[in-house]
Ligand binder design. Structure first.
Ligand code: 3HC
Length: 312
């Protein structure tokens, strides 16, 4: 078959809801955009460990510390699943990590905000992981097999992350005035950056049309954002939090909570590297990635020795 015939067959498979596997023929543009998205997703998971690790030694109780450590460990595991899924597209994780460290690859802008008190841990779990669940539940239907399958386990663990965050916020909102003020402050800090996690509006998204045509995305950025807003506004009200949006209003016909304008200048400014923590996050990643080189060398030597011994 020539390229045109292969493309027709590929698109028929996508439209029939088939999963594309690593050894299957795929258009180069499909492979490229998947590699872009999955590697950046993996980078986000790993960088996302930093803001929470900041509180591992300061958690208010042993129970809270154990939960936070479990969550941070989960995020590292999500990064490994996703680097493994990305590697099935023909690029080694060392190369992906080099692109991240050289600023050639992105990670989610949300992780460039500081975590200044314990309520930020609650807001991250509840809002950031809550947004990730909405997005990742959709990605579990992605046409690329390894990515969709990675989402199944990740989504189960995100459920625990979202609940532990909401529990922190609920406890603080049931606490004294100072705790209530901390929780509301965290809501004010994290609400809008969480909405930005879903990406630009569909009309401004260069990738959405093609990603939806090839069922990498089966729902658009705005549709997922709206689902998250509808779910989260009710949760906020349930524990007495105020949503920091004076234009927020409920539309009885569409049954959607309608929000005010998102500050896309802030979004692109952070994506471009000018957020509060961009430099700190990257310097930390480079320092500890380099410090861990001996672990990678030892694992490779062990694997090679294993092969050698088995060969004997
Ligand atoms: N932060 C940084 N960059 C973003 C962004 C964000 N929140 N949203 C969009 N962008 C970038 C895109 O990467 C793209 O840039 P690129 O061409 O250099 O890759 C550009 O903005 C245009 O955006 P599009 O909407 O056109 O791009 P996509 O179609 O890729 O959609 C996305 C963006 C919805 C983030 C999609 O890439 C996606 O679903 N990614 C997988 C999920 C993911 O990465 N989530 C991030 C958080 S992971 C997490 O929260 C872990 C949890 O456990 C805490």
């Amino acid at each position: 078959m020539n390229e045109d015939q292969r493309l027709i067959q590929f698109e028929a498979r996508i439209n029939a809801g088939e999963k594309i596997e690593p050894k299957d023929w795929m258009p180069e543009a499909y492979r490229k955009t998947l590699l872009r998205q999955i590697s950046q997703h993996a980078h986000s998971e790993v960088i996302g460990m930093q803001p929470e690790a900041n509180w591992a030694l300061r958690a208010p109780t042993l129970r809270a510390k154990k939960i936070l450590l479990a969550k941070i460990q989960d995020e590292g595991g999500h990064g490994l699943y996703l680097y493994s899924a990305a590697e099935t597209l023909g690029v080694d994780r060392a190369e992906m990590i080099e692109q991240l460290q050289q600023g050639k690859a992105k990670y989610s802008s949300i992780f460039n905000y500081p975590t200044l008190n314990w309520a930020d841990m609650g807001a991250i779990g509840w809002l950031v992981d809550g947004a990730a669940i909405v997005n990742q539940t959709m990605l579990a239907k992605c046409s690329y097999g390894p990515y969709a399958r990675a989402m199944l386990r990740i989504c189960k663990e995100e459920g625990f992350h979202q609940r532990q965050g909401y529990e922190i916020m609920a406890k603080m909102m049931a606490g004294n005035d100072a705790q209530k003020a901390m929780a509301q402050d965290a809501m004010n800090c994290w609400w809008w950056p969480s909405l930005m996690m879903f990406g630009p509006h569909d009309a401004d998204s260069p990738h959405t049309k093609e990603s939806m045509q090839w069922k990498i995305k089966v729902e658009s950025n705005d549709k997922l954002r709206q689902r998250f807003i509808n779910r989260t506004v009710e949760q906020a009200y349930h524990i007495g939090l105020t949503v920091p949006d004076p234009k927020l209003k409920y539309n009885k016909e569409t049954m959607n909570w309608e929000i005010g304008p998102i500050n896309w200048d802030e979004f692109w400014n952070v994506v471009k590297g000018n957020g509060p923590c961009n430099h700190k996050r990257m310097a930390h990643h480079i320092k500890y990635h380099n410090k861990g080189q001996w672990v990678r060398d030892a694992a490779i030597a062990f694997a090679q020795n294993e092969t050698f011994v088995t060969a004997l």
